[in-house]
Ligand binder design. Structure first.
Ligand code: BYC
Length: 312
């Protein structure tokens, strides 16, 4: 495989499709990123699922259920996109990648290792977590691998609804009683820094960025997306009447952007090592579900093979 030619091909904005020749490190990079993205979607269902039975009204419960189902669907598109990269040498089938997540070998987004402590946290997750995810995923719509890029298109449409339902939950709380507004402020205080860390380490500490940008998987750097997120989110917080918990946050006339404080990178690194507030609980929940629901998978496989047999 001529890597130079491949680079020219992707850098001219051409898409790579599953059966095309591709360099092994491109394939590996995609399997790592797309499968981790899929794991984030399915682990990300857990903090919100915690509130289904406690949603404050039937309307809120229905919207939350629909959102969580969407996340399962996103996981499905992304596991399916990962599987297209399976070539016998690099394992990209669903069982292998999923087991890598269950064993702690593969990562998922740091944000899902924080608990959702109040109903306002469900609003903050929609507004900030889905908001940050959209910022990153809009950029990924332009990535060079066809199946990943097409999955992103569909996911972004659904994420916009998620972001709005989260913002609307907070808007309702902020227009309510003093106590309700305080719940919203506490949720913002808890989720602000973790949301900013979703974009990954600073550019100078991001080992995968250069290769990923060359291969046109990542189209923008971690810091550039983080800055854009801060710039669009600060006015949204002001509209809610909430205060961003950062004493260094300040509009900079010269750059035309907000300056902001240093992120708590020690906390981020601990989460990546498996020591965040909910890492162990999240993996235990997924392992338990895998074991308890194994019979469903077995039954589906048996049924599919029977149907195949009968329709031969
Ligand atoms: N958390 O060199 P870097 C959703 C890792 S879910 C954990 O910059 P890269 C939703 C990184 O993997 C959507 N790990 O890496 C669902 C790498 O380690 P490995 C979530 C992180 O890949 C339910 C190392 O740090 N979105 O919307 O160039 C409910 C060095 O980083 C994180 C995605 O998954 C992190 N935050 O860039 C609600 C986006 N950041 O793999 C909502 C897809 C970095 O070498 N992923 N690491 O062992 C990406 O766009 C890129 O992988 C990243 C990192 C921007 C995250």
């Amino acid at each position: 495989m001529d890597t130079e030619k491949f680079l020219q091909y992707v850098q001219a904005e051409n898409k790579v499709e599953p059966k095309d020749m591709m360099p092994e490190d491109y394939r590996k990079l995609l399997v790592r990123q797309i499968s981790q993205h899929a794991h984030s979607e399915v682990v990300g269902m857990l903090p919100e699922a915690n509130w289904i039975t406690r949603a404050p009204s039937l309307r809120r419960k229905m919207a939350l259920l629909a959102k969580i189902q969407d996340e399962a669907g996103h996981g499905l598109y992304l596991y399916a996109a990962t599987e297209t990269l399976n070539n016998g040498e690099i394992a990209a089938d669903r069982d292998s990648t999923y087991n890598d997540m269950l064993s702690g070998k593969a990562k998922y987004s740091s944000i899902f290792n924080y608990p959702a402590l109040s109903w306002a946290d469900i609003g903050a997750i929609g507004w900030l977590v889905d908001g940050a995810a959209i910022m990153n995923q809009v950029m990924l719509m332009g990535n060079s691998y066809g199946p990943y890029s097409r999955a992103m298109l569909r996911i972004c449409k659904e994420e916009s609804f998620h972001q709005r339902q989260g913002y609307e939950i907070l808007m309702t709380l902020c227009r309510g009683t003093k106590e309700q507004k305080q719940l919203a402020q506490d949720a913002l205080d808890r989720f602000w820094w973790p949301a900013l860390m979703m974009f990954g380490p600073n550019d100078d500490a991001s080992p995968n960025s250069q290769k990923s940008m060359n291969y046109r998987v990542k189209r923008e750097s971690n810091d550039s997306l983080r800055q854009r997120f801060v710039d669009v989110t600060v006015p949204q917080a002001e509209f809610l009447g909430l205060k961003i918990p950062d004493k260094n946050l300040k509009w900079n006339e010269e750059t035309g952007h907000y300056d902001f404080g240093d992120l708590p990178w020690d906390e981020f690194n601990e989460i990546l090592k498996g020591n965040g507030p909910c890492n162990k609980k999240r993996l235990e929940t997924k392992r338990k579900a895998q074991a308890e629901n194994a019979w469903v998978k077995e039954a589906a496989i048996a049924y599919a093979s029977k149907v195949k047999e009968l329709t031969k």
